[in-house]
Every structure is written in C-alpha cells, then in structure tokens.
Design a protein around this ligand. Structure first.
Ligand SMILES: [Zn+2]
Length: 254
C-alpha cells in the first residue's frame, strides 16, 4: 500500500492511491482515510484502465481533503485539541467528564454529500464518514450524537436524583441550548442542556438539583435558595465552578 503523507507536494501530480475491488460496491467510490491514504473502491469487474482518469478528475477534491487532514493533524499535537481555537476546529478527542468517558474521533472522506457518524462503543471511537470537508455537517453529526448521549445518561440521572430528593417532575427533555444549563416549566417539565456532559459530575448534579428545586419554587427567591441549600449543601461552591466554565465549551458544540 502506498501511503501519501498529506504534506507531500501537490503540484498537479496524481496522488498515490490504492485500489480495492468490492463485490458490494455498485459505483466507484473514493475514500481518504484520516491518515491521508487515498483508496479507490471499484465494483467487481471494473475496467482498471479507467481508474487513472477517474482519479485525475477528482484531484481537486482529493487535494482539498488532504489539506484539511494535514491541518487537523497539526491540531492533534496541540494539547487542547478538544477546545476551540478557531471556528473550524473539529475535535479528535471528546472528553465527557460528567460520565468519565473519553472518545476518539476519526474522519474518513468519501465523495458522498452527507456525513454519517458511526459509534464503536467497545473502543470508544466515533467515525465520521462522507463529506467531512463540510465542517457544519460534521458539527451537526457530532451534536446529534452528543444529544443522544445526554438523553441516555442525563435523563436517568435526573430521574434518580428526583427520587432521591423526593422532587418529582413531569417530563425531561435534552436539548443543545446556547445560554441555559437547564430550565423548568410550570408544568414541571425540565429541559437539560447536553453540554452538561462537558462538566464535572458534581456540577451536573448541582444543576439537576437546581432544576428540581424549581418544581417547588418557580423563582430564585430566598425560599428557593433555602431549599437548594437543604438538598445540596455545597451548592454555592459548585455554582461558582459552573460560572467559571461559561465560555469554556469545545468550539464544535457552540
Ligand atoms: Zn434557576
């Protein structure tokens, strides 16, 4: 296999690539792995003489993809790759302190127009496949995954806390909100922000208790804070931590 390093010169030479014949493939498909290897997948019985022309016709796309991979590779060496440095940064690692999980993210470019995300839970790995040059599509796929993740973890957590504190609520919904960690309606419906997954478990617990206390007091009156203190005696310090994390969210979720 010929591996092409993304930083090799791209002065119009056809990129190195490997060819794989697939019984399942119906069309020719170009793939660029996150390591920058270009693979041409062809249907069974495809005339191999047509491949060089096909690759040349996709050269601009291949080069754009390789440049993006090279940029991302540089970002990996940055300790803070998970945290935003520019509007276009996509994560290679997603740390979710709230549930003590650490996910690796890899990107594989194919010439599809969409981006799909697959989850390999056993290896804590997410793979985004498709039009990964479109940062917005990648961010949307990651956001959808994060919301599912939050539904699976934060909703039972809220239910458990509600039972423990004897503060029943009606319905819970997970959303990706810009300005609020959570909210509670008069009907005792609670919204929780999926971004809570980026915070410590203690701070998440405090936010959940806060919203549950609103099922009793729909305001921030003295009575509310008295109930809060009873339910979560150390809430003041956790509130402080929460205020300090504002703005410290990974760029791809903002
Ligand atoms: Zn409140």
């Amino acid at each position: 296999m010929l591996a092409l390093h993304p930083s090799t010169d791209m002065t119009g030479n056809t990129p190195n690539y490997t060819v794989r014949e697939s019984i399942r493939a119906r069309h020719v498909c170009l793939k660029v792995s996150h390591r920058g290897q270009v693979e041409v997948v062809v249907p069974h019985g495809f005339d191999a003489r047509r491949i060089p022309v096909l690759v040349r016709s996709k050269q601009a796309w291949i080069e754009a993809t390789l440049r993006r991979i090279a940029l991302r590779r540089d970002a990996i060496h940055n300790e803070n790759a998970n945290w935003n440095t520019g509007g276009d940064a996509l994560p290679d690692i997603i740390a979710l302190p709230a549930i003590a999980e650490h996910w690796q993210v890899t990107y594989t470019a194919t010439d599809r127009s969409r981006v799909t995300l697959t989850v390999d839970a056993a290896h804590a790995r997410l793979t985004l496949r498709g039009n990964i040059n479109d940062v917005d599509l990648c961010k949307a796929a990651l956001r959808r995954w994060l919301i599912c993740k939050a539904q699976r973890h934060l909703t039972p957590w809220l239910e458990h806390t509600a039972m423990e504190k004897n503060l029943p609520f009606n319905k819970a919904r997970v959303r990706s909100q810009k300005t609020r960690w959570g909210s509670c309606s008069r009907q005792k419906n609670i919204n929780i922000n999926c971004k809570l997954l980026f915070l410590s478990p203690q701070v998440v617990q405090c936010v959940l208790v806060h919203e549950l206390c609103h099922t009793i007091h729909m305001n921030h009156s003295q009575k509310f804070w008295a109930l809060m203190k009873k339910m979560q005696p150390d809430y003041a310090a956790l509130d402080m931590q929460l205020r300090n994390t504002r703005g410290g969210m990974p760029g791809w979720i903002e």
